[in-house]
Design a protein around this ligand. Structure first.
Ligand code: SF4
Length: 69
């Protein structure tokens, strides 16, 4: 996998919902090399396969929300 820059799913072209209403929404990651894992990611998740959507400018990294256990 190419090493891209890190960014949040909510601004990523591979996030299944291209117009999330809330950063906490979860949707599929459609990144070609990750889609086989059928990942459900929240808008606040992220990874280094991030690619900005055309409509999104420079990504601003935000800490993921603490998960509830
Ligand atoms: S997991 Fe990575 S590739 Fe998939 S939507 Fe989030 S930032 Fe994009």
């Amino acid at each position: 996998m190419a090493e891209g820059q890190f960014g949040n799913c909510k601004g990523c072209r591979y996030f299944a919902n291209q117009n999330p209403q809330s950063a906490s929404e979860t949707h599929r990651c459609m990144q070609p090399e990750l889609s086989e894992f059928e990942l459900e990611v929240s808008g606040e998740s992220g990874c280094n396969a991030y690619e900005a959507r055309a409509s999104v400018g420079t990504p601003v990294y935000e800490e993921p929300s603490p998960s509830m256990h």
